[in-house]
Design a binder for this molecule. Sequence first.
Ligand SMILES: Nc1ncnc2c1ncn2[C@@H]1O[C@H](COP(=O)(O)OP(=O)(O)OP(=O)(O)O)[C@@H](O)[C@H]1O
Ligand SMILES: [Mg+2]
Length: 379
Amino acid sequence: MEAFARRIKGDVFARLSRVIDPELGRSVTDLGMVTDILVEASPDGPDRIGGADRPVFDVTVYVELTIEGCPLTRTIAERIDAAVSSYSKAILRPHQEVSSMSRDKLTALVDQLKAERRANPFTKAGSRTRIFAIASGKGGVGKSSVAANLAATFAALGYDTAAIDADIYGFSLPGLFGVDSRPTNLNGMLMPVTAWGVKLISIGMFAGSERAILWRGPRLQRSLEQFLTDVWWGEPDVLVLDLAPGTGDMAISVAQALPNAELVVVTTPQPSASDVAVRSGLVALQVPMRVRGVVENMSWYDHRGERLHIFGEGGGRRVADQLSRDLDRPVPLLAQLPLDTALREAGEGGRPAVLDAEGGLADTPMAAAFEGLARNLMA
Ligand SMILES: Nc1ncnc2c1ncn2[C@@H]1O[C@H](COP(=O)(O)OP(=O)(O)OP(=O)(O)O)[C@@H](O)[C@H]1O
Ligand SMILES: [Mg+2]
């Protein structure tokens, strides 16, 4: 029995090495969260279930949490129990002894993670993250709506998706995703908040005093850098950035901090919007940044079987053609998105309109348009 218990201990450890901490994206054993495993033959003796005659053991996993009262504690505990109780060679009854990591151990862990992560994870050679920066010339054309719904679409399509609200003064992603919680602070390293499958960070998630610090003076330019380096991103497949309107400094900061970023210009169909939209794309002449394409938003409104072009027609095409000429490389019109009151209403309700209540892609023309855009972007 002793030998069998030892073998079970080894097997359980191996299984726990595949239990991933949902925030840090590493296994609980890698993170040093499992400090011991106690395997004891159960006083209840062999159990007969479905004719199988397997010995019964009580298995106690000693778990040290990185943060006490962390919102994902339950998830971690459930994953650990599931890993133990799904063992096939014996019946294992899972128990846990939970405590929190000592200050020193936590500091060492964070230092180790920071060192591995180096400064900005997205500039690492071989980083496979596709980065799309959503820009516009004018305000109010639907950049944030496009950024939020695009990120939600990527997540619903199964991509590991992150989003940064880079509109420091006019942040809107927390509202669009219905987030009112704050990022967990792990000794100076922030965990993004996950909502609708998307890992998010926004200055809107910070309290007034912290926000004021981020907003002050030179910190503003550094805020994007801070979001990139102080937040634990793991290695997402896609990162979507919602930029402030205009040809401002942020686009330049993005180009500097994220040389792989691809700019997506959002515009509306009226010709008068075109020139300023083109200017937002021409930032690519000043900084090395690829303009991936143009999205025309509010293209039409389907009303009782009739397609109404409320804001005119052709703006997206014009911007794409003009940018192709000025940048001397093809800049496609990637998508035309309809006007849909559901987009605004859902956004105000804290759920990106492309998603149904379960977080899957909704069966709507809007969701189909976003799926097309997402697939175009990844092509
Ligand atoms: N296709 C659409 N159909 C209906 N409403 C839309 C659509 N796109 C955007 N809106 C609405 O238009 C308003 C402005 O959109 P949004 O905030 O996304 O624009 P923005 O470009 O990010 O604005 P800002 O420049 O202020 O950051 C919002 O109320 C939004 O719900
Ligand atoms: Mg916005």
